[in-house]
Ligand binder design. Sequence first.
Ligand SMILES: [Fe+2]
Length: 308
Amino acid sequence: MAMEIVPVRPDFVARVGGVDLVSATHGEVFARLRRALDDHCVLIFSGQPMNDRQQLAFSRWWGPMEPTKGVNPASGTPFARQSNLDVETGEIIAPDDRRMAYQRGNYRWHADSTFKRVPSLCSILTAREVPPEGGNTEFASTRAAHEALPDDLAAVIEDLIVEHDFSVSRGRVGFQFTPEEAAHYPPAWHPLVQTNPVTGRKSLLIGAHASRIVGWPVDRGEALLEDLLERATPTAAIYSHRWVKGDVVIWDNRSVLHRATAYDSARYRRLMQRTTISSPDSVNSDSYARIHALREAATAKQSGGVTR
Ligand SMILES: [Fe+2]
């Protein structure tokens, strides 16, 4: 079976066929898949049903998996569960339940785990149960957005640092963490402009968790982040994925945004299992070294100039 990678759009998204992700070996296919992610940013596989064990085995190819913490019902496992089904009983959860309110944050454009100090390389989402209508996942390319920026704006943002804060993003949709939950998620700093180390192509690390530009007045930073988000997500730039049971979709969290769309969660069952691959090497880059130095200086200033 020869693997085939067919672009869906010229700027991002490809369908991958001619490979069985469960029976293929890492040595046979992984180098091409990894390069395809760098080139196309979203990879779609159809007819590849996976159970949890198979998804874990496939996910390990891509790098270390993030453990899921805090509020997600799969907390304590490597899975982030996107579902309206009770993890214990399998029954549909009432729409006004706190667990469903938490998931409504996913309706805003975001990249996964940008609020963590070590960012994510990619997410792998497998469709286990899908509603007959609604529940698409939409994607937009921040690489294409960066490439379309006017030169003067690209120059302004080139070296900016963006703070991502999970408490702020969930707060914007009316969900409040308890102090214990919030303690899991201190704000994280990242280069606003990301550079793919393989392709050299730049992208923007923006979306719902992006709360401010470090060193800028809050209003000005919010206006910039909103402007960049608008540039990245016009209707014509969106790929909307209609899920079919057995689909596997992998996306690059450094270069695409995604969002969930609504479905009738009181009526239809939906179960998606996500694994999230961490990118520990990325924080060893020069741009992160600058961030570490700035954070240390900020911490020292806060503690009255006394460094420990
Ligand atoms: Fe997400």
